[in-house]
Ligand binder design. Structure first.
Ligand code: HEC
Length: 160
């Protein structure tokens, strides 16, 4: 093989190899631009639950759909993906508890803690629990979501 031919072959090998490496790399990082959160709720459940969510001031403390209230300063866990961490039954019991801190102890000042919604109607608590349970996270972001929840609840670093 002539020197010139060899150089051309090497160049082709580099281009092909580089292209393959790049596409492998891209398929790994492509998730960065995807939103990992989604809901499986029927539209009427979502609408009713979001009305309650606003009415009961959940959005004053919690982030949902990665939207944060501008004035929000409470380090409460986000609701995105919560349905992959908690079951509907658990969420209903938590919203129905007269003392939610007996279920999840709080590290925060009393005014920032999760309030009790026990006095709200059973139907409203059901609608909220059902909707929260429908808020899922894609598998590839589950560990990140667990980490974020753990760090919000405990104020400590998450160790796997
Ligand atoms: C005053 C702020 C505040 C309001 C209002 C509030 N929360 Fe919370 N919530 C918290 C905090 C803080 C926690 C973490 C536990 C604690 O510190 O009491 C929490 C915990 C939770 C959890 C458990 C999260 C987990 O990691 O398992 C759920 C579910 C929840 N809240 C849903 C709601 C819903 C639904 C509403 C409205 C009906 C609401 N919260 C209103 C502050 C609030």
């Amino acid at each position: 093989m002539k020197r010139g031919e060899k150089a051309v072959l090497i160049l082709i090998a580099l281009l092909v190899g580089g292209g393959m490496a790049r596409s492998l790399f891209q398929s790994e990082v492509k998730h960065d631009h995807d939103i990992p959160f989604y809901s499986t709720a029927a539209p009427d459940v979502a609408r009713d639950a979001m009305d309650l969510y606003r009415k009961f001031g959940c959005k004053d403390c919690h982030t949902l759909w990665t939207m944060k209230d501008m004035l929000q300063s409470v380090p409460a866990p986000m609701m995105d993906g919560i349905g992959s961490l908690r079951s509907e039954a658990w969420l209903y019991d938590y919203l129905s508890a007269t003392n939610p801190q007996a279920i999840i102890p709080s590290r925060l000042k009393p005014e920032y803690r999760m309030p009790s919604y026990a006095s709200q109607s059973e139907q409203d608590r059901h609608t909220l629990a059902r909707y929260l349970a429908s808020l899922k996270v894609q598998d590839w972001y589950l560990e990140q979501t667990k980490k974020a929840e753990y760090e919000k609840l405990t104020g400590m670093k998450y160790k796997q």
